[in-house]
Design a protein around this ligand. Structure first.
Ligand SMILES: Cc1cc2nc3c(=O)[nH]c(=O)nc-3n(C[C@H](O)[C@H](O)[C@H](O)COP(=O)(O)OP(=O)(O)OC[C@H]3O[C@@H](n4cnc5c(N)ncnc54)[C@H](O)[C@@H]3O)c2cc1C
Length: 330
């Protein structure tokens, strides 16, 4: 995609919305006492209410300083060049980014080797069973998948490292705002400091739905939580209580997930496991806390609504593809 088409909105729209957009203006410090921020240029700007939405940065791997860490546009452009040249590619990490890169590279005809420390791809979120299914899918498409094997850091072949992200919390920490694996906020986006809010990947927020603090690294949640916090800051209190949701395209599979990777004690499969469309529900003490669907968009969308409504559905109904989950909402 052309660079000039990547902006979220045209510049003009910010002006129309009354938003002053300062690009290339890195914030160096938040001064809580004086209620202003200091830019790297030295310029100060005052605030009445402040929202920190600094996102996250790619976790680095020791010995892999020259690898491609997919985060910024130049990283994606670098990777595209490699794929266009059909260079053999090594990928470290079989999470969502690693698996998507592998699928895209195989689609371009590159030789791909993937190293994953855990026993299956995407195991932390999807579990070993569904991870095992996806491992077979990748191998079936010609990926050399090395599970439980550490890669050697020799970089004679291009390497993409996708081993998770870390919240960007430096500004918050320096300002004395409470941080613990993310800027801690409540369901309204309020930090530990009055009039300072935070939203998106940078936060770990209280979820009234899951009744614990969660951190999510997906754009849909960053966007929806961002809207909610913006409304709160504008005086329209509205707690953010949605179930995180994201999807991933790998080969001819659309993998969708709703939930937040919390530990489960039981799974229920809808459809025939391994034959798309099918879905896996993750239950904790009998309640659905997540769902993953393979080419099964409707099930995931409906299950998400069921979770958000905290509606009860029996295991038999979950397992039965003929049972429309929307019936649980009536
Ligand atoms: C390669 C890749 C693929 C992804 N694919 C998906 C996907 O398919 N689906 C999905 O749901 N999610 C995906 N994600 C995750 C998604 O991009 C994030 O969840 C989302 O962008 C988070 O939004 P955010 O606004 O919180 O943070 P960001 O989008 O990271 O935005 C934070 C912004 O703050 C700026 N900033 C940071 N520090 C400062 C400072 N001191 N001063 C001024 N500005 C600062 C940054 O430059 C950045 O522009 C992907 C992420 C990556 C890296």
């Amino acid at each position: 995609m052309a660079r000039d088409r990547l902006g979220l909105r045209p510049r003009q729209q910010y002006r129309e919305l009354g938003v002053e957009l300062l690009l290339g203006a890195r914030v160096a410090e938040i001064d809580i006492e004086r209620r202003d921020i200091v830019l790297e240029s030295g310029r100060r700007a005052s605030w009445d209410l402040l929202c920190i939405a600094t996102g996250s940065s790619a976790r680095r791997l020791a010995g892999f300083d020259d690898a491609i860490y997919l985060r910024e546009l130049p990283d994606a452009e670098h990777l595209r060049t490699i794929l266009e040249r059909r260079e053999p590619l090594r990928v470290v990490g079989a999470g969502f980014i690693g698996c998507e890169v592998a699928a895209a590279a195989r689609g371009r005809g590159c030789d791909v080797t993937v190293f994953e420390a855990l026993a299956q791809p995407m195991q932390r979120v999807l579990g070993a069973e569904l991870g095992g299914y996806l491992a077979a899918v990748h191998r079936g498409h010609g990926v050399d998948l090395r599970l439980g094997e550490a890669p050697s850091p020799d970089l004679e072949r291009p390497v993409v490292v996708g081993v998770g992200s870390a919240p960007r919390t430096e500004l918050a920490v320096a300002a004395g705002i409470e941080v613990d694996e993310g800027i801690l906020v409540d369901e309204l986006g309020r930090t530990s400091v009055a009039d300072v809010y935070a939203a998106g990947d940078a936060t770990r927020f209280w979820s009234p739905l899951f009744e614990e603090r969660i951190r999510v690294e997906h754009f849909q949640t960053a966007q929806r939580q961002g809207f909610a916090v913006g409304r709160v800051m504008a005086g329209m209190a509205a707690a953010f209580a949605e179930a995180p949701w994201f999807w991933s395209e790998q080969y001819d599979l659309n993998v969708q997930y709703a939930g937040t990777g919390l530990a489960w004690d039981e799974t229920v499969t809808r459809g025939t496991f391994g034959k798309p469309p099918f879905s896996v529900f993750y239950l904790r003490r009998g309640s659905m806390i997540a769902v993953a669907g393979i080419n099964d968009h409707h099930t995931v969308a409906r299950a998400r609504r069921v979770m958000e409504a905290r509606a009860a559905v029996s295991r038999d109904h979950l397992a039965d593809p003929a049972f429309d989950l929307r019936r649980a909402l009536r």
